[in-house]
Design a protein around this ligand. Structure first.
Ligand SMILES: Cc1cc2nc3c(=O)[nH]c(=O)nc-3n(C[C@H](O)[C@H](O)[C@H](O)COP(=O)(O)OP(=O)(O)OC[C@H]3O[C@@H](n4cnc5c(N)ncnc54)[C@H](O)[C@@H]3O)c2cc1C
Length: 500
């Protein structure tokens, strides 16, 4: 397994293909270091003996010890550990740990490449190609971004109907030794600090969309792919450092006549499987959310409680209600993910067919619980921001910059007028408002909220998944019976405990 320094050394060797604010930058540019340090935590913590069970696994391909972020879930314990690892790491960095797109993308492609090979037996080799790629990915302990979201053009048109054929990434040409793709994937988190980019479809596809049923993986500096990155760092601190400084990046990935050799292609034209791959990545990602969002909730709860303490209103009834509300969201999201892990099986839900065995036997979390958990806790993002805003008052919005506190003329009076709760030092109160202002009022804080709301799919996507997969008909029959209507069935929901 690699160290954080090995990861940084690998990035330093990559070709320059990343633009930021009009300039071509190095991957290890100072601006990217907060993000690199955040992902680097996944290497640091994996090396600690106390986290060996949580953060490492045994590869089912090679039998070697690997970082869990490169693992394919072999049982429900793996699903539980992935959720708990995610929560633990997100707590440590005070936000998103950023390496989950790789584990979620690899688990989705692993299953779908296996099933897609059955469409034209002997003609495609997607799964074996993917296993070779995965073996190297595990051995070299690489970081992967997952590029699913297309630009999508006119939302009312399907991929093949778009006036711009590249509105969704597509196969432009098929060659003897590979394919040529064009299009643009956007909002791709941490692509600018990833060794590999996994590309997969964004939506259900029809037969005439088959050129859009494409999945592959390429190094982040691959010829024919240009990145345009936005980097989300908090305001730098010179005098009053934070305990941990997280950072995030998101890229537009522009594919221009980009050649992908067959050994890196894991789907090329099987439209049904393209749609399933889109759903399956989203499902694994919503399961990751049941680890990260509870951790972000842990941070928000700490922020809200400390804001109340600094304002000396901690014991008031309205604060207690708000803290309880945050806790309920945290633990309902976690409980949904826990149940999704516990009921995991090598099965997926396919519209019109229900739950069917799927893939070579690796474990997939239960869809209803992943979607319920993500939707409930994702939609709570702005309510949580409202609670922080309410309890803090206006101070986070206008708190003076750190150099005004370091200045001998303004520092002393500012500290004097910062003091609220007599039991907490003015210095600590100032440090807390600086931090909460970063979180609540900065550009990065706003971006994080949008990511937490839409990441893994907008709430409507989870609502569609929940309502199409849930057995609403049985509930109607039950009520018909209880109400004394025709067509009722008392046994419609007769206990069929979910099998493990
Ligand atoms: C910070 C951040 C990080 C992200 N990281 C990643 C990443 O690493 N990888 C990745 O692949 N994606 C990533 N995403 C993308 C994320 O998954 C998408 O933002 C999300 O799926 C919504 O897609 P969209 O942004 O295109 O919005 P849209 O889909 O355009 O949604 C906007 C609105 O339009 C509605 N809408 C859209 N289509 C229709 C329709 N046909 N009919 C009716 N209503 C419609 C939606 O319900 C929503 O209300 C990230 C996003 C953010 C903000």
């Amino acid at each position: 397994m690699r160290t954080k320094q090995d990861f940084i050394n690998g990035l330093a060797k990559m070709k320059r293909n990343i633009y930021y604010d009009g300039q071509l930058i190095d991957r290890t540019d100072e601006l990217q270091m907060d993000c690199i340090n955040t992902i680097g935590t996944t290497y640091d913590e994996a090396a600690k003996p106390e986290f060996e069970d949580l953060m490492t696994a045994t590869s089912h391909l090679t039998g070697e010890k690997i970082n869990r972020f490169t693992h394919i879930h072999q049982n429900t314990t793996d699903l539980h550990r992935k959720q708990d690892m995610t929560r633990m790491l997100c707590q440590k960095v005070g936000g998103c740990i950023q390496r989950c797109m790789g584990i979620d993308g690899t688990n989705a492609v692993y299953n779908v490449s296996y099933e897609a090979d059955k469409v034209k037996p002997g003609e495609t080799n997607y799964h074996e190609n993917f296993k070779k790629w995965l073996t190297r990915f595990q051995r070299e302990d690489l970081v992967a971004a997952c590029a699913q979201t297309d630009t999508k053009g006119d939302r009312m048109l399907r991929p093949a109907e778009q006036p711009n054929p590249g509105a969704y990434v597509r196969i432009k040409e098929r060659l003897k030794d590979g394919i040529v793709v064009e299009g643009c994937k956007l909002h791709i988190s941490e692509a600018s600090v990833s060794d590999e980019i996994i590309v997969l479809p964004t939506r259900a596809l029809r037969a005439d969309d088959s050129d859009y049923a494409v999945a592959f993986a390429v190094p982040g500096d691959w010829d024919g792919m240009t990145q345009v990155v936005t980097i989300h760092n908090f305001r730098t601190r010179e005098h009053y450092k934070r305990g941990f400084m997280p950072g995030y990046t998101d890229s537009y990935l522009i594919f221009d006549n980009c050649f992908i050799p067959w050994e890196r292609v894991f789907l090329a034209g099987e439209h049904m499987h393209g749609g399933i791959l889109a759903l399956l990545f989203a499902l694994f990602h919503r399961h990751s959310y049941s680890g990260c969002k509870p951790a972000i909730g842990d941070v928000i709860l700490g922020q809200a409680a400390l804001a109340a303490e600094v304002n000396n209103i901690y014991k008031t009834e309205h604060v207690r209600e708000k803290l309880a509300e945050i806790i309920m969201t945290i633990e309902l999201g976690y409980a949904a993910g826990y149940t999704a892990s516990d009921l995991g099986k090598p099965e997926v839900y396919i519209p019109g067919m229900g739950f069917v065995p799927f893939g070579p036997g690796s474990y997939i979390p239960h869809s209803i619980y992943c979607n319920v958990g993500r939707c409930l806790s994702g939609e709570a993002v702005y309510r949580e921001a409202e609670i922080l805003c309410d309890i803090s008052g206006g101070v986070t919005a206008t708190f003076p910059h750190e150099k005004d506190f370091a200045n001998p003329v303004t520092g002393e009076p500012l500290l004097k007028y910062t003091k609220r709760n007599p039991k907490i030092s003015a210095e600590d109160q100032a440090q807390f408002w600086r931090y909460l202002g970063d979180y609540l009022c900065s550009a990065s804080g706003g971006i994080m909220n949008i990511g937490n709301y839409h990441g893994g799919g907008s709430p409507i996507m989870e609502q569609i998944a929940i309502t199409t997969q849930y057995d609403i008909e049985s509930r109607k029959k039950l009520v018909r019976f209880i109400a004394g209507m025709s067509g009722g069935d008392r046994e419609a929901l007769a206990p069929k405990p979910p099998k493990k």
